[in-house]
Design a protein around this ligand. Structure first.
Ligand code: SF4
Ligand code: SF4
Length: 246
């Protein structure tokens, strides 16, 4: 019997699921090896027991927690798909303002129904997570690597080194030399230093490496006259939810 796979979403822009759907050609090959039993964006079918559940989005409401636990209960493996699910991603930016204030700003006086939404949390705050596909959005190639590993019963491995190393391998000029703060030294590699290659900086969308080497980073900050405070501010965009994992 083929492994049964499902895709689920909570609070998110669904960009990570769209990245999966954009892999049309590769997915068509993989469909030979698995059975997609649930994927709201392409089908209204529902399945029961699952071998692999890919879950996108952050958990905000009590009913989200209930639904997530039900998905966990019927899935042999549960994988966080994208930053919203893995670290609460940009959703966590709402954490430092009162919900009522945010709802009023977006919906005016018609936002009563949204007031039940709480602080966005990553999946891991509520259920055990067996793996992750990091990034905002995820990288399609990395998703396929993770999926292939799971389909043959292997534990998917993510890079344990930082984006900085990929930047050096591509011989890109260091972002700090432009007097611009970059989170490359502490962010998990795997995107091939995408944003830096495009002339931007790393904003940390793939989350932090497991054991960030703060010593060398502090030396870089010192060399370029930057403060820890500036880095903390930069980390807010994608990594505020790291604290919410606890
Ligand atoms: S991680 Fe980014 S692209 Fe993926 S669902 Fe969240 S906001 Fe969208
Ligand atoms: S360079 Fe940084 S922000 Fe850009 S994709 Fe890679 S991890 Fe994400």
């Amino acid at each position: 019997m083929k492994p049964r796979v499902g895709f689920f979403d909570f609070a998110s822009c669904e960009g990570c699921q769209l990245t999966v759907l954009n892999l049309e050609n590769e997915l068509l090959d993989l469909v030979e090896l698995m059975e997609i039993v649930e994927f709201r964006e392409i089908s209204s079918a529902h399945g029961e027991e699952l071998d692999i559940a890919f879950v996108e989005g952050s958990i905000c409401r009590p009913e989200d927690v209930k639904r997530l636990r039900a998905i966990r209960a019927r899935s042999r493996q549960l994988i966080a798909l994208g930053a919203c699910a893995d670290t609460a991603g940009i959703n966590a930016l709402t954490s430092d303002r009162p919900v009522a204030e945010l709802v009023r700003e977006v919906y005016g006086d018609k936002g009563e129904a949204f007031l039940v939404a709480g602080r966005p949390r990553p999946l891991e705050a509520f259920v055990p997570v067996d793996g992750r596909v990091p990034g905002c959005p995820i990288d399609g190639g990395e998703f396929l690597t993770v999926l292939q590993a799971l389909l043959i019963g292997r534990t998917p491995e993510l890079p344990t080194f930082a984006v900085c190393a990929e930047c050096k391998l591509r011989e890109l000029p260091c972002t700090f030399e432009r007097d611009v703060i970059c989170l490359g030294p502490i962010t998990r590699a795997g995107c091939n230093a995408h944003c830096i290659a495009e002339g931007d900086r790393c904003r940390g969308c793939r989350g932090m490496v497991d054991a960030p080497r703060s010593g060398p980073y502090y030396r870089i900050l010192e060399e370029y006259g930057l403060s820890e405070e500036q880095i903390r501010d930069e980390l807010r965009l994608y990594n505020l939810g790291g604290e919410a994992k606890k």
